[in-house]
Ligand binder design. Structure first.
Ligand SMILES: [Fe+2]
Length: 200
């Protein structure tokens, strides 16, 4: 199968709208967002033959999406578009999850949406999602690609040596290249979409 499904296009459009809604607060992230969504206009890439899979922690998805549905515009529309493609995701743990500890291992899942292992194989953009059960630390990590999170269900984020800060549905988190960052769920499941620019 080649090309992009209508549902995936709807999700991409909704993600772009959610980012644009906060453009004034994140001027430094908009160049990356523009590069990403311009690149995504090219949708000739073949779909990945990924095998859908859920993990036990995905039982928190519904609760997280209910929180997103109560978020500000345009987050409910993004949550709807997300829910329509989620059955195709291959949810998985972070590769080093077993070393981090049993709590983390059992209480988080990531899925690729665009890029390797996602619904559209391509090199220039990676978009995915992280789900974290309540009361869990998502370990500090960093990576060369610049990153932009869209918060669907609230949680706390930290960057570099700054303290953890609560982010609500609709908030963005912008990580410059190689910035250290971590997440922590509060007493509800954390759900966030992350976008990485991996092109030139
Ligand atoms: Fe990251």
């Amino acid at each position: 199968m080649t090309g992009r499904t209508e549902n995936l296009q709807r999700f991409i459009n909704a993600a772009e709208t959610a980012i644009q809604a906060r453009a004034a607060q994140f001027p430094d992230a908009m160049a990356m967002a523009d590069r990403m969504f311009s690149a995504l206009k090219n949708n000739d890439e073949a779909n990945t033959q990924n095998t859908p899979a859920r993990l036990p922690v995905c039982s928190h998805l519904k609760g997280a999406l209910d929180l997103a549905q109560n978020g500000p515009e345009p987050i409910p529309a993004l949550a709807d578009a997300f829910a329509a493609i989620e059955p195709e995701f291959a949810w998985a743990r972070r590769p080093e999850a077993a070393r981090v500890g049993a709590d983390f291992y059992d209480s988080h899942a990531n899925a690729s949406i665009i890029g390797l292992g996602g619904l559209e194989a391509r090199q220039d953009v990676r978009i995915g999602v992280s789900l974290v059960a309540p009361g869990i630390d998502y370990p500090r990590h960093h990576h060369p690609p610049e990153e932009l999170y869209i918060v669907l269900a609230p949680g706390k984020w930290m960057q570099n040596d700054n303290p953890l800060a609560a982010k609500q549905s609709g908030d963005l988190v912008h990580n410059p290249p190689n910035a250290w960052h971590a997440m922590q769920s509060m007493d509800t499941p954390l759900l966030a979409i992350w976008c990485l620019w991996t092109g030139d």
